[in-house]
Design a protein around this ligand. Structure first.
Ligand code: NDP
Length: 334
């Protein structure tokens, strides 16, 4: 049986281009003992994948030129030579960027849902119930430590992680200021209950956040870095927590980007800046699934997805992350 996969053709220099990817056809054969044949139904594109395109040591190994990319995916078992999986099972894996694949059973995790069942749809396990959801939950609650009545500022507010940070912060009784790159995204944020939605592409960011949070901010959840981080340091209250989740604004930069010019304020205001990687918070997953599942069932969290169709669109979906082409989780339906 044949499948198709997307490979890294060249390491991007500066902004990633579609020509940095290539599609290849592969012969799969049949699953050997302990292996499973899976047809992917959904795949995730995530900003961190840009980091894996550089050839440098990091918390995940770099993608290799000429090899298929990897990433979160939800698929359906087609054929199984392992007792733990049967045709029709829905599984999650890190073997996205391909249509079908054969993998050892140990590379798969069975989803607690089936196609067409009630509850959350399978692709939710790539978003609100998956890695981005846990990122928002762990980063905000464990590092941000928001308390009722405090003010939380989140950048990338209309994205997969940011939209959940904003809504969890509201559930925790905070005033929420969120920034996003379009008026339509700001409208969405307001419809999801955010107190102040700021289009960072219009007007002065510092002035806009200051007028939304006149007493300052207690927690900043950083998805963007750059000017947003500088503004957050400027407006942080004494003892504020700055959750360093990501800095997407610099992922495609060809040269090192300048840091905030007001770092000295970290000292005087006794600020805590703490970065984190979601994998180090895996122990929170059971509690996260219970809490998020409950909030979803109660209609307390609004979920948004932006979906592109077909493997050929995967590079476009990935690139669109860097131009604001998504509201909520960016997904590719296979
Ligand atoms: P998003 O769904 O938020 O998609 C990316 C969004 O970032 C875009 O839609 C765009 O929205 C915004 N953006 C892109 N370029 C810029 C820029 N130059 N300046 C400001 N905003 C920009 O992605 P995720 O929710 O998956 O990820 C959000 C952040 O969280 C990323 O930094 C990612 O690396 C990080 N992350 C970290 C993890 C961890 O373990 N630490 C785990 C998962 C994610 P807009 O239209 O608003 O500009």
């Amino acid at each position: 049986m044949k499948s198709r996969e997307i490979r890294l053709k060249s390491r991007p220099v500066g902004m990633t281009k579609t020509t940095d990817f290539e599609t290849a056809e592969v012969d799969l054969g049949a699953p050997a003992a302990g292996q499973v044949l899976v047809r992917n139904r959904w795949m995730s594109v995530d900003p961190y994948m840009r980091g894996r395109m550089y050839d440098r040591p990091s918390y995940v190994p770099p993608f290799q030129i000429g090899e298929a990319l990897q990433g979160g995916a939800i698929g359906e078992v087609v054929e199984s030579a392992d007792g733990g999986f049967a045709p029709g099972d829905l599984v999650s894996s890190m073997l996205g960027w391909r249509e079908d694949f054969i993998a050892p059973a140990s590379a798969l995790e069975k989803l607690p849902v089936s196609l067409g069942s009630g509850g959350v749809p399978p692709q939710a396990y790539l978003g609100v119930m998956g890695m981005p959801g846990l990122t928002a939950y762990a980063g905000l609650l464990e590092i941000g430590q928001p308390k009722p009545g405090e003010t939380v500022f989140v950048s990338g507010g209309a994205g997969a992680v940011g939209s959940l940070v904003a809504q969890i912060a509201k559930l925790k009784g905070c005033t929420v200021v969120a920034s996003a790159g379009s008026d339509a995204k700001c409208e969405w944020l307001k419809s999801a209950g955010v107190d102040h939605a700021i289009n960072y592409k219009h007007g002065n960011l510092l002035d806009q956040v200051r007028s939304a949070a006149p007493k300052g901010i207690d927690v900043y959840f950083d998805n963007v870095g750059g000017e947003h981080l500088e503004v957050a340091i400027e407006l942080a209250r004494t003892n504020a927590r700055l959750v360093e989740c990501g800095m997407i604004g610099s992922y495609n930069a060809a040269e090192p980007t300048p840091g905030p010019r007001n770092m000295i304020m970290i000292v005087g205001k006794s600020l805590t800046l703490r970065g984190f990687i979601v994998f180090n918070f895996a122990h929170l997953r059971p509690q996260f699934l219970t809490d998020m599942g409950g909030w979803l069932a109660a209609g307390q969290i609004r979920v948004e997805e932006t979906v592109m169709d077909g493997l050929d669109k995967a590079p476009d979906a990935f690139l669109a992350l860097f131009s604001g082409g998504n509201t909520g989780k960016m997904l590719v339906k296979l």
